[in-house]
Ligand binder design. Structure first.
Ligand code: PEP
Length: 248
């Protein structure tokens, strides 16, 4: 079973979120994958309570604060996100790191907060184009991974990793299946060194970066790729379900 996750970013308010779920039709293959949607926080309740939402589509929050409550105007705590219907939390998405200046230390705090309240963190890592050109892919993604690994043991709790090269996000540029496999192997080897072989083998590593129906089958078929995190192409229910159907 592959994991097909859709990150709506700052798109689809509550009314459009309901429309998405009303328009989402899953064939048998799509429905047999693990399906996640990350709506904007303001649309979470509408998504969670939408009578048209296929219950097999689980929900997550795109961003969380590490404190449970307090004077943090504009932020969302994990207990609030969970109460609104989230079971997963994106952490360290490249737009959080690069547009909002989130540090590895803050990403680690957010992972800790998600785990305190039993949300499954989806930890995103990825290099910029400059870092790729300087041959620093492994160094960068391992630094980002190492920052959060202390939160996990050989057995628990569950987390997902997403390799999202920054240069491929929202740009139409896609990593080749070989690029994705190479980065995923690097991450899995680190999981093996730190958390052991069994845990490394069962930790899903998703690829993200301009995934669409036309390239989903090749990316999902690549070695070490356990699923995809989809931005732009997840806004349309037809293309989201086509990507899910492309999983083997
Ligand atoms: C994302 O937002 O995580 C993403 C991968 O975006 P896109 O598919 O639009 O590149």
């Amino acid at each position: 079973m592959a994991i097909i996750a859709g990150n709506w970013k700052m798109h689809l308010g509550p009314t459009e979120a309901r429309r998405f779920f009303a328009g989402l039709s899953l064939d048998a293959r799509a429905a047999s994958q693990e399906l996640l949607i990350f709506p904007p926080t303001v649309s979470l309740v509408a998504a969670a309570e939408c009578p048209d939402r296929d219950a097999r589509v689980q929900l997550g929050v795109q961003n969380i604060h590490w404190e449970d409550a307090g004077a943090y105007t504009g932020e969302t705590s994990v207990p609030m996100a969970a109460d609104a219907g989230a079971s997963f939390a994106l952490v360290g998405h490249s737009e959080r790191r690069h547009v909002f200046g989130e540090s590895d230390a803050q990403v680690a705090l957010k992972v800790g907060a998600a785990l305190r309240h039993s949300l499954v963190p989806v930890v995103c890592v990825g290099e910029t184009l400059e870092e790729r050109r300087a041959d620093r892919v492994a160094e960068v993604i391992l630094r980002q991974l190492d920052a959060v690994l202390g939160a996990f043991t050989e057995d628990e709790p569950r987390f997902l990793l997403a390799y999202e090269p920054v240069w491929a996000i929202g740009t139409g540029e896609t990593a080749t299946p070989e690029d994705a496999s190479a980065a995923h192997s690097t991450l899995r080897a680190r999981l093996d060194e730190t958390l052991g072989l069994a845990r490394a083998a069962r930790t899903p590593i998703l690829y993200g970066g301009s995934v669409k129906p036309a390239n989903a089958r090749d990316l999902l078929g690549a070695a070490e790729v356990d699923g995809v995190l989809v931005g732009g192409a997840s806004l349309d229910p037809v293309s989201f379900s086509e990507i899910a159907s492309a999983a083997g």
